[in-house]
Design a binder for this molecule. Sequence first.
Ligand code: ADP
Ligand code: MG
Length: 699
Amino acid sequence: MDLTTPLTYVKGIGPARAAMLKAKGLVTVEDLLGYYPFRYEDRSNMKTIAHLAPGEMATVVAEVRSAKLSGFRRRNLGLFEARFSDSSRAILACKWFHGGYLANVLAEGMKVALYGKVEFDSYSGELTILHPEFEILSGDDDDAEASLHVGRIVPIYEAVAKLTTRVLRVLTHRILEGLEPLEDNLPADLRRRLKLPELWPSVRETHFPPPDADLRLLNNFRSAGQFRLIFEEFFWLECGVALKRAKARALPGIAFEINDRIREKVKAMLPFKPTGAQKRVIKEIADDMKEPHPMNRMLQGDVGSGKTIVAAEAAVIAIENGYQVAVLAPTEILATQHYLYFRQILSKLGYVVVLLTGSFTSREKAQLKKLVAEGLAPVAIGTHALLEKDVEFHRLGLAIIDEQHRFGVLQRLGLVQKAVHPDVLVMTATPIPRTLAMTLYGDLDVSVIDELPPGRKPIVTRHATADRIEQVYSFMKRQIDEGRQAYVVYPVIEESETQAMKAAEKMYEHLSREVFPTIPVGLMHGRLSAEEKEDAMRQFKEGRIQILVSTTVIEVGVDVPNASVMVIEQAERFGLAQLHQLRGRVGRGAAQSYCLLVTEKMNDTARERIRTLVESTDGFYISEMDLKLRGPGEFFGTKQSGLPSLRVANVLRDHDILEIARREAVDFIARPPSPEDLKRAVAYIRDHWQRRYGLVTVG
Ligand code: ADP
Ligand code: MG
């Protein structure tokens, strides 16, 4: 047996079990070996029932004395009750609601390990555990294997379909017995310096901890062995990222020149004084643009922090060097916004800016494409339409990609391949922890704007239930009377823009006719033509419309400083990041701004989201909460993110280890102990980790 052996060769895994394992992605011995316990129980020194105390979490091994479906209205509740006793002769009563299925599982005389919170039932005067986790100990295992389940610190695995923790424990044990000790591939001096234990004992002891292991450390995933496995997983990942980055860095690119003439141009374009943070990041970007290699940089900054103007500065540098600039946005609204913004500030310098989106006619498109192909338009702004095969640039030098998390990575490459390695600047308002960003976006450098433009007042956020909508409206009315403007936003229900549009249309009728008959109200949704959208935006910008009713198409990028009220209907349906983005549409001017979250029905996580938003306007905090509430998979989006599938490591829980691993990996690749060490590492990553980490496609 070796790591590549199919699991069907392991004793006890027939076709049925193999199929269940395969459905979870577990096919080889290596896969199951990498399926680590998520929890451990100390069954080495268990208490007897007589010694249990109410309130404690305890494991007990006891025998079933009686087991039955019972109680009043038993059919409805399906209350299953079992009574257990052990050598102390005391009784422990356990109960399961909806436990009907247990009638075929637990029977008198069975030996069972039970785990749960002990309580004292004052009604019956008995010690009880409600819904204990349990494991039947008498079974069909060999005698030698029976000792795996009691009398030691026991690993608890997440069940795989019908394979219980107990079955997985036995199978894993068989694999560990059948394998030769694994070769340790971590560089030896690194292991020595960080005092990491060797691979084989780490693997063994993470599955079956030795008697003297510390249960608390194990359950926090910080035993020496667990630390090593987590570190290793991150280390090779980060080595892969560093290698990839080094390769990208070595490509030939454009060395933009920056001289006084160009500096003067940039200054002439700026409509205001940049903040300290903006100055710092533009310097980082400009320094990178000067290098004769392609720039791959991410510009991070909270909603409203002023990323666009920084991008415009970079654009001026490229254009003054005789190159074209592409600006890519995820939605038509945002592309239109950027178009209006860039056109306004860049027209001062006499540059032609064109917009290219899906809703132009093919004749219009053909004309615009010609302008771009002949180099007459130095700036082309657009949506996916800009990525179409027949869009050709005369001399593309800089690609600016907004809200990168909405674009597939491959699409980004599509744009980049339109020229010989142009510089790339991606902008995002999702402020994820820096190390995580560098890991996820692999070859990107990160610049952060961590300061808001001056004079911003924090947005006041309030929660209102739908029955208080009248108060919300009268608040809007007062703000509008003071000269302000307001947004009212509706969620896209079940991914249907059509339905959201209908809801918005209905509300538009209601608000404009009944609630605010004297106030000009506008409507915005995804089904409008580009022209209609632009028109609605312009009217709102110029103050001819005072209330804009909209679907979430305005989520990103819309910038109307005089708007001071954001009303979000059915706010419970939105995600945290989305709510934060929407809220960011106000608070862009000097006036105090407000965000009113109107909710109908809420569950616990929705309540948590609303609470987070009312409490904080800090995008970084909100992003971390979002990550926590949703988990990394959903947060980053499974397909687009390039988030590698990790086995032991968890980017949230193990953030500290990720930091260390990253530092060590960068150092190792830059200054390997010897050329052979580097060669060996590269081969090892290629053979063992590349595919799993998706390193071929990351970034
Ligand atoms: P985001 O980072 O969300 O893309 P924007 O670039 O849209 O932010 O900027 C938000 C608003 O702040 C815009 O109205 C912009 O003109 C303004 N702004 C940006 N930087 C400054 C600054 N240094 N001083 C004053 N206003 C600024
Ligand atoms: Mg923006």
